[in-house]
Structures are given as structure tokens and as C-alpha cells.
Ligand binder design. Sequence first.
Ligand code: G1P
Length: 304
Amino acid sequence: MTHIRKVVFPVAGMGTRFLPATKSIPKEMLPLIDRPLIQYAVDEARAAGIEEFIFVSAAGKGALEDYFDTAAALEMTLEAKGKTDALRALAPSRMPEGALTILRQGKALGLGHAVRQAKHLIGNEAFAVMLPDDVIKGPEGALAQMIQAHKKVGGHMVATMDVPRKATSSYGVLDVERQDGRVFHARGMVEKPRPDIAPSTQAVVGRYILQPSIFARLADLGPGAGGELQLTDAINADLQNVGVSGYQFAGERFDCGSIQGFVQATAAYAMDRADLGHAFVKFLNTRLEPQKMLTKTGQTYPFG
Ligand code: G1P
């Protein structure tokens, strides 16, 4: 039985889809309501029992690195002013001593290359990889669900969701051998296959539990889909040593790497917040009512 203690967060991406906002703010620091995107992934990792957090970062990500540091001056000011609520709001951004390591990827050669940077920090134990762009909302964290299932299944495990066939070319896709409840035992994975050749519609979402044997495969990996060093290819190359399965988590996934996904996640979280939800839904209704009227008459709502 493996205890998963470490997580790797690949956070070196430039976030070009969010320009100009990401010109001077790392994508992971864009606020989803009042917390930066990265906080959601870190919270999910903590809820799954993760103790060590490894960020594979890049130049220009200083704000992300500072976020998990102590803000001594800010904390002193808040304390002096007796602003206990504001002080409490800082709690999730604190890391216990020694729990955080920040690496630099150096070159943007792909997800496989990013994970490879953490080899010397992982050693000989199974570990998690989380892509913070994939925000998963649900009563129980997706990684905690996976770790639970992984205790029985072992091997490499990826989070999956069922997608429409036309969407397979945006994801890694499992070649499913057999299904056992939420677990999909697989023969392998294909990175971003065209819908007509996709082996299934079980798409990989950015949560992985990997065995340390992955590093030997990552070491001699050549370019794959999109010319990048793909984690998917390393998992496939390791299949003679270790099996691979998908875990179809319970929860809703938002692609916060896209503007549409980010806006939808913002709406979903706002609607569920006790302090915001009621007024926000009322506001949405005032916008939606005229749209419904227009739809009835065949006209479109004048967005934009
Ligand atoms: C990465 C993975 C892909 C996975 C996706 C999930 O792709 O390579 O297998 O389905 O994340 O978000 P990316 O979206 O970074 O191109």
C-alpha cells in the first residue's frame, strides 16, 4: 500500500490565452472569485494528504512563488489593526517549513519534460502530478478519490472523464480494456487522437498518480504529439513494467486554461458561495429573462 506524499505542479506555461492579463501575472495567479487558481489545486492536494509540493516553474512567475511565502509586513499590519478575518484569509497560502520546492523548467519542451525536472526530489516512491488548469469541483477532491482507488489498483493512474467523441483531439484518451466501477483498466493511452481513431471517449484530466519507474521512460523520451515531450508517451513506454488505469472521478471539471472554462468556473463557484450565491443568481436571472424572451421570437440577445 503506497502513501502518496508528494505532488508535482507543472506551472511553467505562459498562459498566452489570457493575454494581456498574463503579461505580468502568472496564469496560476488569476483569481477564481477571491483565490488564485493555484490555490484550488493546492487545497485539493492537501485534502488528499499531500505533504510536499513541487512547483516546476519558469521565468516571470515571481508572483506565484511569493504567494506561498510569508508576507511578514502584511501580516504585522493586519495584526496591529486587529483585522483577524483578513489574517485568517491568508491561512491557505501558508506552507509548512520545507514543504515547498520550486524548480525551473528552463525550456518549454512539454509536460513530460516538466515532470522529469522533479526526478531527484521524488526518489523511489509513487507521487502525484496535478495540472492546476483543470479545476475539479465536487464534494470530495478528485485526487483523494484517486488515491483511495489506487490503493487497490496500483500502477500508473490518471483521472478521466467521458467526453463527446468530437472532443477527443483536445485530450489524452485511454485505450480501455475493461471497466470495474469507476476504474478503467487500459492497454495504453493516445495523446490528442482524432475522433475517428480515438480508442475510447475516456479523456485524461490533469491528475496523475505515477510510479517512480516513469523517470527512466521520461529520460529517453522523444518528441510526440505537437512536437512535445509527452507524459502520455512515457506512461505508454512503461507498460511492460507497470499497468495503467483511468479513474472516472465524481465531480465537475472546468478547463481553466481556456477563457470559457474560467468564466464557467467563476459562475459555478459564485453560485455556491453562501455570501455571493443568492445575489449572483438574482443578477443572472435579470440578464437571462430578456434573452429567453428574444429566443422565443427568434432574435438573439445582443451580447457584446
Ligand atoms: C495535457 C495532457 C493531456 C490531458 C490534458 C488535460 O494536455 O497532455 O493528456 O488530457 O492535459 O487537461 P494539455 O491540455 O496541457 O495540452
